[in-house]
Design a protein around this ligand. Structure first.
Ligand code: ZN
Length: 99
């Protein structure tokens, strides 16, 4: 069965952003305290992370449909093949009889 959509994983994106923030903190705190080469190595590492495009590894499957009895179903499932992060959601709600 094919996925409805593939997108960037929110957890992988958050981890990368956290890593960039940590390097920015290091750059701010260690300026003048580490060698110029060490500082530039950190700048290059940060810039590579910023330019890195995360692959679309987060699979999304979803459906929405109305049952004959008037119940509306919404189902969503997503999971990342890299870090294993996943989320599921479903809702069934009676919408009243059709007239
Ligand atoms: Zn992930």
């Amino acid at each position: 069965m094919s996925a409805n959509n593939w997108t960037v994983c929110p957890k992988c994106f958050s981890r990368m952003s956290y890593e960039i923030d940590n390097i920015n903190d290091l750059l701010a705190n260690e300026y003048g305290n580490i060698s110029a080469d060490g500082y530039l190595a950190l700048v290059n590492k940060r810039d590579l992370l910023i330019q890195k495009k995360l692959p679309y590894e987060f699979r999304e499957d979803y459906e929405i449909f109305m049952q004959k009895n008037g119940e509306l179903y919404i189902r969503y499932g997503g999971s990342c093949s890299v870090c294993g992060y996943s989320k599921e959601f479903s809702l069934g709600k009676f919408m009243g009889e059709a007239r």
